[in-house]
Design a binder for this molecule. Sequence first.
Ligand code: ATP
Ligand code: MG
Length: 248
Amino acid sequence: MTTIITVTNQKGGVGKTSTVLNLASQLAFSGRQVLIADFDPQGQCAIGLGLNPEPGAFNLMVNTGRDPREFIRATGRKGLSIIPGDRTTATAQIVINAENRPLDFIRGLLRPFREYQYIFIDTAPSVGGIQERAIFAADRVLIPSATEFFSTNGLGQVVNTLGQLAKQGWEGKLLGILPTFYDEVSSESKETMQELTRNFGEAVLPPVHRTTLLREAPAEGKVAHEMDPQHRATHEYHTLCQHVIKFS
Ligand SMILES: Nc1ncnc2c1ncn2[C@@H]1O[C@H](COP(=O)(O)OP(=O)(O)OP(=O)(O)O)[C@@H](O)[C@H]1O
Ligand SMILES: [Mg+2]
C-alpha cells in the first residue's frame, strides 16, 4: 500500500520543502521505501539532498509516453528516491491549465510507483493547476504554517479547498497543520499558536521550532538528522514521523 502525502500551503517560505525532506528521509532511515516528487519549479528538494535540479516532474507530466521510472533518481540514502523538479515545471503548469487536465491527473501519474510505502509531493506556494491536482492525488495533506502574524491568514482558504475537492470526489484527509518557525520566547509565536488551536483544534500538530540547523542544512545538501542526530529539530521531525506512521 502506498500513502501519498502532499505538503502544501499557498504561502511561501513556511517550511514545506524542509518538512518534505526531513519527514521523507527519517521515514526512509527507519526502513520504509520513500519517494519524493518535487512539483515546485524552484527545484529545492534536489538541492536540499545535495543533488542537481532536473526536469523530472516536467517529463512525468508532459512526456507521458516515456517510462516514468526513467525520471527517478537515487539520493545516496537507503530507501529514499526522488523525482527532481526544476524551472521547466512552470511550463508543465501552463500545459496542465491550457489543456485542462482532469483533477486526478497527478494521482494517475503516480500510480506506477506502487513499490513505495510513502510518496511525498512538494508543491510551490500558489493555488490552482498543479496544487489542486497534487492535493487531489493525496491520501493525506500536511499544511505547514509559520507561527508569525499574517502567516496564518489564508489558512482557512487552504482548508476550504480541501472541502471543495472532497465534494468533487477527493477521498483523502487532512493529516494536520504543522506550526513551524516556533519560538516560545516570542509572544508572536505563542499568540499565533493559540489562534491556530482556536481555529483548527486537534488538527494542529506539535510545532517545529525556529532553528539555525534547519536554515543551514539545505546549503550542505543534508537534512536535520544527518547534520545532528541529537538536535531538537531531529527529534521534532521524528515525532512528526511517528504521527505520519500512526495516521496513514
Ligand atoms: N524551523 C525552521 N527554522 C529555521 N529555518 C527554517 C525552518 N524551516 C525552514 N527553514 C528555512 O527557511 C527557508 C524556507 O523554508 P522552506 O524552503 O522549507 O519553505 P517553503 O515553504 O518550501 O518555501 P517555498 O514556498 O519558497 O517553497 C529555508 O531557507 C529553510 O532552510
Ligand atoms: Mg519549498
